[in-house]
Structure formats: structure tokens, C-alpha cells
Design a protein around this ligand. Structure first.
Ligand code: ADP
Ligand code: MG
Length: 593
């Protein structure tokens, strides 16, 4: 047998381990949840593979997770019968950071540092495998992949920049498949190696893992045993003069150790929504998506008819970090199951359009084949119908937030996902009716709190036909736009489009409740108050002045015209009816750079 080989961690890993150990010390519990979630992922992977290679499961070992504690020595072992790792995978997975959870963690940390550094944020992300070192002095990962006929042991120590890998030689430690983690706890953390402690943590954090989790528990049962008579009692009897011998029994507790099922294994989405509490939905969400914050909303439903599936969808309470997330639909946010078997979370717009890719959830269908491939997914009529239904349910769920008693909920939603919804105006014509009621804007009459289009329409003047807006780079510059003067005088509300994407979104919508959106900075704004006679007079009187100005400015302007739209400003630069608005021009320029 070759000796153990020593490897250095990738630099980021060492840094990450330092960070975890030094900043999460008050929240050590998380290690168990992370390690169980890895075990569950490994089981999911094996079950998925076994759909096409059924002999993978022929060894008679169930898909489960077992946790054993040795409190005298401060040792915890976590064993799964999942996919395991090859030698190379040990190096790739446990020696480098290419993995989702940890990568997300590092990225957030970096973003939060840029933003001033908030170490509380660290507690909000899944930190993965390395959280084992929160409580362990030394960690052993003994693992057997079906791709390899050997079992390997990875060994690492806290505060060390290297780890070793060797072949497992101890026959007693060989496993048929999967992974066994052995945690040798730090002196102060040995308390975690108590059966009741582990049981409590599993119930708290890993209740909804869809594989059975067994913990090794001491049990007892009572039994009646015959005992010799108590000598004192016997004496007493003698004194009483009774000679009859009484048989005595005593209740004793027999103790033994056994595996005990510690979690709930029926997937929560199969349960009746009426019987699931909000807490349970939230807990499931946090477990499944490695989130530390509660979701903003959830929706649990079953669809019937042409295509049947069950689903639980969630709106996260904050947007994923990283500026490119809005255009990245590969979020791993939707987990697809077929007949309860996890199939994939690797989608590229098949189940949700990219602007809704922030929605998280599980979808379980009985109508798709178990060995569904990416190609099938992309071409399947069933998937298309599912997508349509999912999108509708997602909109219902978001609309639900607007009705929440706590007004802050929607404000929070809009801050985080308003951009996504506006992108929907541009990319999803078919759903304009569902998107428009969700939009929010500042306005000339509401500079602090954003209003909905419904609120705008409600506040329209009786003879007002259109919805007016002005695009600007801030509320302050919108407020000071000369175009606003006439409308303000007439007490007509004007939407302030201050986000660069707003104007494009509105132009795509075109109208809301049969009222057109009208840009008040365009030259032909008609407020229905034209006095043609007077205009003619004025135009004649100042016609020459206009010509003179136009001559002076030459091709810097397209034309110089008399306007009835100004009150206190002497002149204004307006965009042509068919031209870009000033704001759009700014936008185009910024994109060209
Ligand atoms: P993540 O789970 O987000 O990928 P982790 O740091 O938790 O990140 O785990 C890193 C990788 O190590 C996993 O992606 C997986 O490939 C591998 N791994 C960890 N634990 C196990 C396990 N019990 N069985 C198989 N592979 C595992
Ligand atoms: Mg993990």
C-alpha cells in the first residue's frame, strides 16, 4: 500500500478556513447541518445515477445517513451510502474551492467588504464542508465511489495548510459505498458528541432532509424480574410469626443501544398544505437552499389536468449577491424531482424565464420520465405547460406580497427584485397583464413612497386620458424638470422614472388599463387645453425670433418652436416625437462606453 500523500490546500481554502473558524465561533451548530446536507446531496446523486444503472443499488444497502457519537472520546461519525468520491474528487472537492456553497460564501464576503465589511453576513451563508473545523481538531473522510474499486481516506487538521490522502487499509473500516466522516472534536467542543445533543440538532436543522437520518441512541425498556427477598423484610415476617415465603418482583430498566429514525422523511410537498405550518415551510426552505434568512413568501400547490405536479415556490428575502445575477438564469434555484427522485437543479430557463430566476422552489412531477435528459426537458410539451403554470403561480405569490399587512414586505421585495420585474416588461410580452400591477414608481405627488400604476390611475383627473411620465436620473432632477410645470399647475400626477431600465420597461408596456404612457418631454404633448387662435397669434409674433435662434444654433437643434408647456422657465430642450428622450440618450451613451 502506498503511503499517505500530502497535498497543500488552494490558497483560498486556507483563507476560508481561517475565516470560518474565527468568525463563526458563536454559531458552531451549523457544522452538522452542512455535513448532513452534503450527505443528502451525495445520496441524491447516487439515486439519480441508479435510474439508469440500477445495479448501483444492488448491494442491499439503503440510502440513508447514520450519525454515531462517542462521548467519552469526543468523536462523531457521519456515514452516508451516497455517491462517495474518487481520489481525484477528494482533491478537487475538499482541497479547492470550485463548489457552489463555499464560492457563494466567499463572494458575499468580498462584496460585503467592499460595502464596508459586515461580518454578520458570514452567518447567513452555507459554508460547506470546512465548517467541520468549527468543532473538530481533526477530520477524516473515508470514501468509496462506485467509479473506483478502492476506498480512500482524506485527513485534515484545523489550522493546517495541508491535508493527506491515503488508501483505506483497515478492513473494519471498509464501507460498500458512500462516505464516512469522522470528527475528532476539539477539547471545548466535545459536548457535541452526546446522543441527545445530536438528536436535537438534527430535529432542529435537518428535519426535512428527504433521506432517513438515524442517530445512535441509548434505549431502555422495563421488565419485571424476580429478586431475593429483602433480609429486613424477611426478619419482619418472622417476627410477625408468618412463615409463608413471599415471591418478590422488581421493575428494572434494560439498556441497549440502537439506531433511531430522527427526521421526518415524507417530502413536505407531498403533505396537505392545510397541515403544514409556515414555520415548517420556512425551515424546509432554509434546509434545502442553504439559506439563513426566512423567505419573503411561499406558495404550495398541486396542479391537475393535462399535467400534474406538486410544487412549493419561494420568494427569497434578499437578492443573490453579485451584479451579474439578473442575467444569469443558472441559479440552481429550482429543484426538479420526478416521482420524488431528485433529477436536476441545473436549468437554463426551461422552467422559469430568466427574469424570474430568483424564485426558488421544488417541483415534483409524475409525468416526466425518470431518465429525463436536458434535451427532453427543452423539447417537452409537458415542461412547457409546467413552465406556464409555475410562472402564473409565481406571479400570484408576488401579488400576495403586495397585499401583505406589513407594507414593508413589498417595499423589500421591490428593492431586491424590482429590476427583475422590469426586465419582465421587456422580455415577456405574454405576461404584461401580470407584471404591470407589480410595478412601482416615484411620482410628482409621491416622492418618498413608490406608487403602483393602480394608484396612479385612481388619482387621475376625470378628463385625463393618459399616464404621464418623465425619465430622469434622480427624483430631484425629475422634480426640477421644466416640463413638469404645466402639469403641476393642473395637479396632474407624473411618474418619475429614475432607474435607467424604467423607460424601456414602460415603452414595452405601452399602456395600462387602456391608458397610454406618455412622455411629457416629447414635443407634441397634448393636455387637451389648446387655444388654437391664441397659439397662432403668438407663433406669428415670435416666428422670426424662432428663426433667428435656429440660425444661431444651426444643426445643434432640430427645430425651435413656440411652446405652451412652460410657466416660469423661458425655454426648454425637448426631444422630437420620434426621437430618443434625453434619458434614453444618456442610457445609450453609457452603454456605448
Ligand atoms: P457544496 O456542498 O456547496 O458543493 P461543500 O464544501 O459542502 O460545498 O462540499 C464540497 C464538495 O465536496 C461537494 O460539492 C461534494 O462534491 C463533495 N462532498 C462533500 N461531502 C460529500 C459526501 N458526503 N459525499 C460525497 N461528496 C461529498
Ligand atoms: Mg455542502
Amino acid at each position: 500500500v502506498p503511503p499517505a500523500e500530502k497535498y497543500e490546500y488552494q490558497a483560498e481554502v486556507s483563507r476560508l478556513m481561517d475565516l470560518i473558524v474565527n468568525s463563526l465561533y458563536s454559531n458552531k451548530d451549523v457544522f452538522l447541518r452542512e455535513l448532513i446536507s452534503n450527505a443528502s446531496d451525495a445520496l441524491d446523486k447516487l439515486r439519480f445515477l441508479s435510474v439508469t444503472e440500477p445495479n448501483l443499488l444492488n448491494d442491499g444497502f439503503d440510502l440513508d445517513i447514520r450519525i454515531q457519537t462517542d462521548k467519552d472520546n469526543g468523536i462523531i461519525t457521519i456515514t452516508d451510502t451516497g455517491i462517495g468520491m474518487t481520489r481525484q474528487e477528494l482533491v478537487d472537492c475538499l482541497g479547492t474551492i470550485a463548489q457552489s456553497g463555499t464560492a457563494k460564501f466567499l463572494k458575499t464576503l468580498k462584496d460585503s467588504k467592499d460595502a464596508g465589511g459586515d461580518s454578520n453576513l458570514i452567518g447567513q451563508f452555507g459554508v460547506g464542508f470546512y465548517s467541520a473545523f468549527l468543532v473538530s481538531e481533526r477530520v477524516e473522510v473515508s470514501t468509496k465511489s462506485p467509479k473506483s474499486d478502492k476506498q480512500y481516506v482524506w485527513e485534515g487538521e484545523v489550522n493546517s495548510s495541508s491535508y493527506t490522502i491515503r488508501e483505506e487499509t483497515d478492513a473494519a473500516k471498509l464501507i460498500p459505498r458512500g462516505t464516512r466522516l469522522t470528527l475528532y472534536l476539539k477539547r471545548d467542543d466535545k459536548g457535541f458528541a452526546h446522543p441527545e445533543k445530536i438528536q436535537k440538532l438534527v430535529k432542529n436543522y435537518s428535519q426535512f432532509v428527504s433521506f432517513p437520518i438515524y442517530t445512535w441512541q441509548e434505549k431502555g425498556y422495563t421488565k419485571e424480574v424476580e429478586v431475593d427477598e429483602d433480609p429486613v423484610e424477611a426478619n419482619k415476617d418472622e417476627q410477625d410469626g408468618t412463615t409463608e415465603k413471599k415471591k418478590k418482583t422488581k421493575t428494572v430498566v434494560e439498556r441497549y443501544w440502537d439506531w433511531e429514525l430522527t427526521n421526518e422523511t415524507q417530502p413536505i410537498w407531498l403533505r396537505n398544505p392545510k397541515e403544514v405550518t409556515t414555520d415548517e415551510y420556512n425551515e424546509f426552505y432554509k434546509n434545502t437552499f442553504n439559506e439563513y434568512l426566512e423567505p419573503l413568501a411561499s406558495s404550495h400547490f398541486t396542479t391537475e389536468g393535462e399535467v400534474e405536479f406538486r410544487s412549493i415556490l419561494y420568494v427569497p428575502s434578499i437578492a443573490a449577491t453579485g451584479k451579474d445575477d439578473i442575467v444569469n438564469p443558472k441559479t440552481k434555484n429550482i429543484r426538479l424531482y420526478v416521482k420524488r427522485v431528485f433529477i436536476s437543479d441545473d436549468f437554463d430557463g426551461e422552467l422559469f424565464p430568466r427574469y424570474l430566476s430568483f424564485i426558488k422552489g421544488v417541483v415534483d412531477s409524475n409525468d416526466l420520465p425518470l431518465n429525463v435528459s436536458r434535451e427532453i426537458l427543452q423539447e417537452s410539451r409537458i415542461v412547457r405547460i409546467m413552465r406556464k403554470r409555475l410562472v402564473r403561480k409565481a406571479f400570484d405569490m408576488i401579488l400576495g406580497i403586495t397585499l401583505s399587512e406589513d407594507k414593508d414586505d413589498y417595499v423589500k421585495f421591490w428593492e431586491n427584485f424590482g429590476k427583475h420585474i422590469k426586465l419582465g416588461c421587456i422580455e415577456d410580452r405574454e405576461n404584461h397583464k401580470r407584471i404591470a400591477p407589480l410595478l412601482r414608481f416615484f411620482s410628482s405627488q409621491s416622492e418618498e413612497d413608490m406608487i403602483s400604476l393602480d394608484e396612479y390611475v385612481e388619482n387621475m383627473k376625470t378628463d385625463q386620458k393618459d399616464i404621464y411620465y418623465i425619465a430622469a436620473d434622480s427624483v430631484a432632477s425629475a422634480r426640477n424638470a421644466p416640463f413638469l410645470e404645466t402639469l403641476a399647475e393642473k395637479d396632474i400626477e407624473v411618474l418619475f422614472l429614475v432607474d435607467p431600465i424604467d423607460e424601456v420597461a414602460i415603452q414595452n408596456l405601452k399602456s395600462y388599463k387602456e391608458k397610454n404612457f406618455v412622455d411629457i418631454s416629447k414635443e407634441d404633448l397634448d393636455l387637451g387645453d389648446k387655444n388654437e387662435e391664441k397659439e397662432k397669434e403668438i407663433k406669428q409674433e415670435f416666428g422670426q425670433t424662432c428663426d433667428w435662434i435656429k440660425n444661431r444654433l444651426a444643426d445643434k437643434v432640430a427645430s425651435v418652436q413656440i411652446s405652451n408647456r412652460l410657466r416660469s422657465s423661458p425655454c426648454v430642450l425637448a426631444s422630437g416625437k420620434f426621437g430618443w428622450s434625453a434619458n434614453m440618450e444618456r442610457l445609450m451613451k453609457s452603454q456605448a462606453v
